[in-house]
Design a protein around this ligand. Structure first.
Ligand code: UDP
Length: 422
């Protein structure tokens, strides 16, 4: 094997393709995280390959995002959509395909950063075979998730074991919030090294549009009261809580009230069941005329939606971080979120928004009402929110914090292996 190339790293995201359209089916925060971290690291001098599983025969196998940053789609199992938990069955093929690619291109990565437990397994295997430092981000912890679901899937014991192995054996775990770190320690293991590096957002992309311009562009009245949801259609996202809260709001019968529920794929795809269920609830509650479902919102359109809103609601049952909250905050829009996980870290109650217990319709309604009823306070919350994101959650800052960790780990491994070239 050739000498390792110090600045060449691989990000692995087996099920979260960094190059796909975000907001539909399985594509959400993890895809956004990997893509932005990869692109920003490349800007900061790293050479970044992002590996994912090909999920469509028509997809290009290599996507160049920027100089020194590309997505590589490996064939592991059928080149079609496969539900997350079934992807684990193709893990060995994924490892072999990755090794073959690296050999063909003559690349010797000096570090691997894995994302989500399926990639975590791949990382442990690559560590065993290549003796590389491995960094891991969970994005979601089985130990937390399984506490809140009624049926535990067959894969649960495997997932829990892999997550424990990652924490105990990887060179560093990245927790995206102090709350996530606390869950790792209390529910997974007391062993292993954890660093807290939050998720980020693009502070230039968000926050440059006024509410008036955004509303004019989207065809929303300038005096409307706009409540916004952005995200995947998944029961755990708690969209039902939001709809019921809007129904319980003191503004419910105001002709100016607009509820925007953005996200979701085209009809017939796997998240369609939840979308239909939500549409039925909206219909039953008589909210159809006030509610719009714009579908998946592209990256170029998102700043307009966030800027148009008086309040962005993140009603998830659980959220390890929750990118939507910081995107809204970066846009100067206050957030009402569930008092769980990373949302407790990003949203500062009474300063940048409000927190409410998950699934608590009355509390969400009260929080939404407080913001809708006081435009001056809304603006103050929005300004504080923007400032908080600028200070803590830019992708540039996130990538440099990761870069420092990578450099330390690579230098340490160089000392122990004695075989790296610049
Ligand atoms: N998103 C999008 N278009 C949509 C809906 C969502 O681009 O129509 C993006 C959203 O901007 C955010 C990500 O999907 O960056 C969702 O991330 P989050 O961490 O909030 O939730 P996850 O999907 O990881 O559960």
């Amino acid at each position: 094997m050739n000498k390792k190339q110090f600045k060449s790293i691989a990000l692995i995201s087996v099920h979260g393709d960094p190059a796909v359209e975000i907001g539909s089916e399985e594509a959400g925060g993890q895809n956004v995280y990997v893509r932005h971290v990869g692109e920003e690291l490349a800007r900061q001098g790293w050479r970044v390959d992002m590996f994912t599983r090909a999920s469509g025969a028509e997809q290009p196998k290599i996507v160049e995002h920027a100089p020194n940053c590309r997505t590589i789609r490996l064939t592991a199992g059928p080149e079609e959509f496969v539900p997350r938990d079934e992807i684990f069955g193709y893990r060995h093929q994924f490892v072999e395909a990755l090794l073959k690619f690296a050999e063909k291109e003559d690349i010797n990565y000096s570090l691997i950063h894995t994302n989500y437990w399926i990639s975590g397994w791949v990382g442990l295997e690559l560590k065993r075979r290549l003796s590389l430092p491995i960094v891991h981000t969970y994005h979601s912890l089985g130990a937390v998730k399984y506490k809140s679901v009624s049926t535990i899937p067959m894969i649960a014991s495997t997932r829990l074991k892999v997550e424990k192995d990652c924490l105990e054996n990887d060179d560093r775990i990245v927790a995206t919030s102090p709350q996530e770190q606390e869950h790792m320690r209390s529910l997974v293991s007391t062993k292993g090294k954890i660093s807290i590096v939050p998720c980020g957002t693009d502070i230039e992309h968000y926050g440059a549009i006024s509410r008036e311009t955004a509303r004019r562009t989207l065809g929303i009245a300038c005096d409307a009261k706009v409540v916004l949801y952005v995200g995947r259609f998944d029961k755990r996202k708690g969209i039902e809580t939001l709809v019921r809260a809007v129904n319980a709001s003191q503004w419910r019968d105001d002709p100016n009230l607009v509820l925007l529920i953005g996200g979701g794929s085209r009809p017939g795809q796997s998240d369609g069941i939840e979308r239909e269920r939500i549409e039925e609830i909206v219909d039953e509650l008589g909210l159809t005329e006030k509610t719009r479902f714009p579908g998946r919102i592209g990256e170029e359109q998102l700043p307009f939606y966030y800027a148009a809103a008086d309040v962005c609601v993140v009603p998830s049952h659980y959220e390890p971080f929750g990118l939507v909250a910081i995107e809204a905050m970066a846009s100067g829009t206050p957030v009402v979120a569930s008092d769980v996980g990373g949302l407790q870290f990003t949203v500062v109650p009474e300063e940048t928004g409000l927190l409410a217990p998950p699934k608590d319709v009355e509390s969400f309604a009260r929080a939404i009402d407080r913001i809708l009823s006081d435009p001056q306070w809304r603006d103050r919350l929005g300004e504080n929110a923007r400032r908080r994101v600028e200070e803590k959650f830019s992708w540039g800052g996130v990538a440099s914090q990761l870069g420092i960790i990578y450099t330390q780990l690579i230098e340490k491994s160089v000392v122990s292996l004695g075989s790296v070239s610049a």
